[in-house]
Structures are given as structure tokens and as C-alpha cells.
Write a protein that binds this ligand. Structure first.
Ligand code: ZN
Length: 304
């Protein structure tokens, strides 16, 4: 991916936020080179760049906050944008939270595909890790290790026998992301729902937008992958790594991590400039514009 890129046309969707429970309209708009991904609270007139310094409230989702305005639960959309190679994008939100849609990144990937991707003929530096950066403790940790491409090795372990121990390893290519990571849905444990809702979280969660686990059983129908849980953790990680603003070239090893550790790893890397370098890719890619081929308004498709 040598060039910065954006989408060709706007794409819209709407739906409920999984934590706040409010209906929110979402619109993706093309953005000029150098913009990065910027959330725009259209109800407040405040723009919030998707970068690590704006990340807050990382217990169950990643929230961006700037000048009192929030964009909540940004990680699945950011994963889709990063995973499809889009670097410059305005994300209009009519409220505080990105719609959860089906709980995965797939509806966002479909929006980007329908909108089309345009390379912008402005080079895109890659962020290469030069030495190991580690955050966490003996139980839960992340290491960023030098590597030629983005590769992930993620392990989770839950008491519930429906999840148990799962591990996913792989080099994150756009193809692998779209087919093996983007469809993996978020998940939650039924016994935690009451406590979450007391904290004002999970108010929009349902069997339609979340894998719900009760003791050893999955209540929300068939899984998309036998190891959908760890794949979703990889999805979350890719979304949080997008806060670096440059494509990361590193081997990321994560053990029982989550949003707080993902963002801690991003912040630790940025705080140690000697641990990374920006490299201009020497590949010369021709200008290519993938033409618009589908519907722009995806509301109907996403509601189905
Ligand atoms: Zn998630």
C-alpha cells in the first residue's frame, strides 16, 4: 500500500449504539490527503481525529474524546477502514456512538467496497518497529516486535467452556482481514449484563448484534467461526492500532489483552520514538481508481 487513499463517494448507514443504546446515523465521506480518519459530530459541529491522544474510556470499547465531544465504540469501523487500506476519511455521526450494526466489521467493509476506494498519489509512510515494546503484566500483555509486515499472534482464555482458550496467528493482509477477521462479531457474557447496564453500558446490545454466552452455551445462534471470539479480539486490535495513523509493520503478540492494553501499546510505542521509524515505501504504484459499482445507501442492506 504505497499511496494514501480515500473513498470515491459517500456511504451511509444507521443503527443503534451497543453501549449508549441510541439510534445514530453514520456517513462516510471522502477526505483529502493528510486528513487521516476524522470523526465529525454533526450534531455538535466538533471534529475528533482518530489518534491515540484522543482515546479514552477503554474498558469495553474505544472512545475518542475532544473538546467535550465523544465518538464511542470506534474500533470496528476503524478496523474496517484500516483493513481495507483507506487512510483518509470523514466519519459523520449524528450522535455519540458508532452504530454496532451486526457486531462485526463486515458491514463497514461492505460500505467501503460500495463507495469504492481511490488512491490519492500521495505517498503513505509505514511505521516500522525497531525494537521490542511491551506493555502489561505477567498475565495480560502485548509485545510489538520488529517485523516486515503486520502479523498478529493473539491468545485469549476465558472460564466459560463455550470460549475456553483460543489462539489466532496470521499475517494481516487485506484479503485475510476481509474474509477471516472482519466477520467476527463482538461477544459478551450474560452474567455481566446487569452490571454493565448499571454502568450505562451495553444498553443497545442484543442477540442480533452480539454473541451472547451463558455459562457454556452460545445463546445467539451459530458462530461464524469456531474461534470467532479470538478473531474478534484481533479485529479490535487492528481497530485500536489504527490510532497510530500509519500502517504498522510489526509482529504483534497479545495475551489476554483488550482495548486498554491495545491503546497502551500504541501510546508506549509513540512515547518511544527510538523504537520505530517511518519508512517511505519505494514501490511505485500506478494511479488506479476502482469505479463505483454498487448502491451508496446501505441502510436497507444492513438492516436485512
Ligand atoms: Zn469489538
Amino acid at each position: 500500500m504505497a499511496w494514501q487513499s480515500t473513498i470515491l463517494r459517500t456511504a451511509s448507514a444507521s443503527g443503534v449504539g451497543i453501549h449508549g443504546g441510541e439510534q445514530v446515523a453514520l456517513r462516510l465521506r471522502p477526505a483529502p490527503p493528510g486528513t487521516g480518519v476524522v470523526f465529525v459530530r454533526t450534531d455538535l459541529g466538533i471534529a475528533i481525529p482518530a489518534r491515540a491522544e484522543n482515546a479514552r474510556d477503554l474498558a469495553y470499547a474505544t472512545t475518542l474524546r475532544l473538546r467535550g465531544a465523544e465518538a464511542r465504540t470506534v474500533e470496528h469501523l476503524l478496523a474496517a477502514v484500516s483493513g481495507t487500506g483507506v487512510t483518509n476519511l470523514f466519519v459523520d455521526l449524528s450522535g455519540a456512538e458508532v452504530p454496532i450494526l451486526d457486531g462485526s466489521a463486515l458491514p463497514f467493509v461492505e460500505m467501503v467496497r460500495r463507495a469504492g476506494v481511490e488512491e490519492q498519489r500521495v505517498s503513505l509512510p509505514e511505521m516500522r518497529v525497531r525494537r521490542v515494546v511491551r506493555v502489561g503484566d505477567d498475565e495480560r500483555w502485548i509485545e510489538l516486535r520488529p517485523g516486515d509486515d503486520l502479523a498478529v499472534d493473539y491468545q485469549v482464555s476465558y472460564d466459560s467452556p463455550a470460549v475456553g482458550r483460543q489462539r489466532f496467528t496470521g499475517a494481516i493482509t487485506p484479503q485475510l482481514f476481509a474474509s477471516a477477521i472482519a466477520p467476527a462479531r463482538t461477544f459478551g457474557f450474560l452474567e455481566e449484563v446487569a452490571a454493565l447496564r448499571e454502568r450505562g453500558l451495553g444498553l443497545g446490545g442484543s442477540l442480533e448484534n452480539c454473541i451472547v454466552v451463558d455459562q457454556g452455551r452460545v445463546l445467539s445462534g451459530a458462530l461464524r467461526f469456531p474461534d470467532e471470539f479470538v478473531r474478534h479480539k484481533v479485529l479490535d486490535l487492528i481497530g485500536d492500532l489504527a490510532l497510530l495513523e500509519y500502517p504498522l509493520r510489526a509482529h504483534v503478540v497479545a495475551h489476554k489483552a483488550g482495548h486498554a492494553l491495545h491503546v497502551a501499546a500504541v501510546s508506549e510505542l509513540l512515547a518511544n520514538p527510538e523504537a520505530w521509524e517511518l519508512v517511505e515505501p519505494d514501490r511505485i504504484a500506478p494511479l488506479s481508481v476502482r469505479p463505483y459499482t454498487g448502491e451508496v445507501e446501505t441502510e436497507a442492506a444492513l438492516a436485512g
